[in-house]
Design a protein around this ligand. Structure first.
Ligand SMILES: Nc1ncnc2c1ncn2[C@@H]1O[C@H](COP(=O)(O)OP(=O)(O)OP(=O)(O)O)[C@@H](O)[C@H]1O
Length: 657
């Protein structure tokens, strides 16, 4: 078909357009349809009278360029880079201001005459009101990136062009400019321009972020991303902060996140609230973390964001503020610091443990099975002033109920036939001067809870069969994976004992929720065999796994892999079978910032609960086809313990297995 007849047909199509998106065999993109409507009904453009390109005068052009002078300075490098990428494909590049006037143009002058005629020229007016539907003008109206491909254009003189544009916004979301790449000729299908759309959006974002950084160069900027590896080179979210940590402005991705998280009724957002942390945790990133990056948990979610700081230039009050914060830096405590690298929940727990380690306060440690409750208790003891005295660990669930009383409280001579003639010191007494660690405290029988309460209240223990109590000085660290308030409500746990034990609560996150999984994998492997390394495929499989048995399961897995690997390199082939068939937890490995809830909740999400334990045990049993021995091996616990946990959670194997 000749160009003339194509134009005639296009005019007929537009004239017959009445808001129906289906045209012939093709479907008109919705936003192009809306633009045609505007051209016909609001601007009164006549499709049968094509308009020549309008180039503004030199004087008017200078005025438009002046209004975006600051942006033009920042955008120059980005615009030139984009042009070098697309020039050989026949594209020219236009940067227009927010009114649609082309304030910068890069193109191949060989085609000068054709380009000039098409309006691909410095000073050309691409506003929708003048040029009709086109990438720049429609991008201004719709405030979003788009491709206006061939007959998507309103004006029939543009139907050979393909144009792709993306908006560049200021830190408050106001349109500053539009970045456009256009070609005089192109393949027929609009799919051919998908790559152009992505590339233009990418460069628009780069320019927008460069402008943001320049505008807020005198403020502290927090840059973050879902990937630790990418945050420095390509951090997606930028927040400019005042000296109290309130968000002054954010880039487009940052504003999207804030709008999803906006606390109802609060005029401004505090970054520490958004990231459930202290202001000092943010201020001290550069000085306290090895790579200048720190992990944060997005409030009310399980999403991890890795953040770094871009420090303000020439801001004296910020420097003063920072030195005050750094002066109050937490002292290092190697026994506790080595338990984690960079995980927000662990950071809170370790910081609390550091502050309380020398106090004689009883502590309650909460965490799912295998999360390291005993390891934490031991570290608190070793770093406390009781470190020279004994650390005695008792697993209340592992000792048979008939023995637990004598094991804990001891017995006087002659109490039991067959018992030791001199009697025996109970575990409580053995811990005298030191720390008693009571694991699985939620499983302690009620009558023993009463006796334990008396020991804690009176500082004395009465061995079985004895008449004289013995004075004792112990600090109790108790741990459980179950929800003690539920146990209290059900009448299985004494409330008064709970308050005695719970001087403060330390919570341990599941391995799956930890942002420092890679660190744990490395240090555990180093302890098992320092000369063995993990190949990247094995590391990826370990990072993608859901770890129902937490650190204990990780340790067992690495021990297994090290034992069967014949060289000094562990590959995915050396991992247990479940790693071959495992489908990564999509909610963890492919986080989407768009799933953020609308309100920030300050409630801790990682509290261990019977329901989470029940779900992970059930998942593992199903994964292992109800092979209890396999589950016990994976979790690193005995078969009877697996059966006991199944009974407690009312998990019953289906009959057809
Ligand atoms: N931070 C850590 N570094 C190295 N190893 C760890 C760490 N935390 C836990 N482990 C290892 O993981 C295993 C389980 O740890 P621990 O017994 O402390 O867990 P737990 O939460 O007390 O388990 P349970 O609920 O079954 O009693 C142990 O072998 C321990 O050595």
């Amino acid at each position: 078909m000749s160009n003339m007849s194509q134009q005639r047909r296009h005019i007929e199509t537009i004239l017959s357009y009445g808001g129906h998106q289906a045209i012939g065999n093709s479907t008109l993109p919705e936003l192009i349809g809306r633009s045609w409507q505007r051209c016909l009904n609001e601007y009164g453009l006549d499709p049968s009278r094509p308009r020549p390109a309008r180039i503004v005068t030199q004087q008017t052009l200078l005025e438009h360029q002046d209004s975006v002078d600051e942006l033009l300075n920042v955008a120059r490098a980005g615009v030139e880079q984009l042009f070098t990428q697309v020039a050989s494909l026949g594209y020219v590049l236009l940067l227009s201001d927010y009114r649609g006037i082309t304030v910068q143009f890069l193109g191949n002058t060989k085609d000068d005459e054709r380009l000039h005629k098409a309006g691909l020229y410095l000073g050309a007016d691409w506003s929708e009101q003048y040029a009709g539907t086109c990438a720049v003008g429609t991008c201004i109206q719709e405030q979003q990136a788009l491709t206006c491909h061939r007959t998507n254009h309103f004006d029939s003189s543009h139907i050979n062009l393909t144009c792709t544009a993306a908006p560049i916004k200021d830190p408050f979301g106001q349109l500053l400019a539009v970045l456009d790449i256009s070609a005089l000729d192109s393949p027929r299908t609009s799919d051919s321009q998908n790559f152009a759309l992505h590339l233009t959006q990418l460069y628009a974002r780069l320019i927008e972020d460069a402008y943001f950084l320049r505008r807020y160069r005198h403020s502290l900027i927090f840059k973050c991303d879902q990937s630790r590896e990418l945050v420095q080179v390509n951090g997606q979210l930028l927040f400019a902060l005042d000296e109290q940590g309130q968000v002054l402005a954010a880039n487009t991705a940052g504003r999207d996140l804030l709008s999803q998280c906006q606390v109802i009724g609060q005029p401004s957002i505090s970054l520490p609230n958004l990231l459930e942390c202290q202001w000092r945790d943010i201020l001290s990133i550069t000085y306290e973390s090895k790579d200048g990056i720190r992990a944060f948990r997005l409030a009310g979610t399980q999403q991890t964001l890795f953040g770094m700081l871009i420090e303000p230039t020439l801001n004296v009050s910020y420097q003063r503020h920072l030195s005050n914060v750094l002066a109050n830096q937490e002292e290092p405590v190697s026994e506790l610091d080595c338990l984690c690298a960079d995980d927000p929940a662990m950071r809170k727990t370790i910081s609390l443990a550091k502050r309380l380690r020398h106090r004689d306060m009883n502590l309650l440690i909460l965490g799912d099975t295998g999360t390291g409750k005993e390891v934490l208790a031991q570290a608190i003891h070793t770093s406390s002033q009781r470190s020279e005295e004994p650390f005695v660990a008792v697993n209340c669930a592992a000792i048979p109920e008939s023995l637990i009383e004598s094991e804990l409280f001891g017995y006087a001579p002659g109490t039991f036939t067959g018992g030791r003639a001199k009697g025996a010191k109970g575990l409580i007494q053995q811990a005298h001067g030191g720390t008693l660690f009571l694991d699985e405290i939620g499983d302690m029988p009620l009558h023993l809870q009463t006796r334990l309460l008396r020991v804690l209240a009176e500082g004395q223990v009465l061995p079985l069969g004895a008449v004289q109590p013995v004075n004792i000085d112990i600090r109790v660290l108790a741990a459980t994976h179950c929800d003690l308030s539920q146990r209290i409500a059900d009448g299985h746990f004494r409330e008064d004992l709970f308050y005695r034990l719970n001087g403060a609560t330390l919570k341990l996150p599941t391995l799956n929720a930890r942002a420092d999984k890679q660190y744990l994998i490395q240090i555990l492997l180093k302890k098992i065999n320092p000369s063995v390394r993990l190949r990247a495929d094995a590391m990826s499989a370990l990072l993608a796994y859901s770890w129902p048995g937490n650190i204990r399961q990780l340790k067992n897995t690495l021990t297994f892999a090290e034992a069967i690997c014949t060289s000094d390199e562990i590959t995915v082939q050396h991992l247990p079978e479940e790693f071959m068939n495992h489908h990564p937890h999509t909610e963890v490995s492919h986080l989407s910032l768009r799933t953020t809830p609308s309100v920030i909740s300050t409630a801790m999400q990682d509290r261990p609960s019977d329901s989470s334990e029940c779900a992970s045990l059930l998942e593992l049993l199903q994964q292992q086809r109800w092979n209890v021995s396999a589950v016990a091996r994976i979790l690193g616990i005995s078969r009877p313990t697996v059966y006991r946990r199944m009974a407690k959670q009312h998990i019953v194997q289906p009959k057809n297995w």
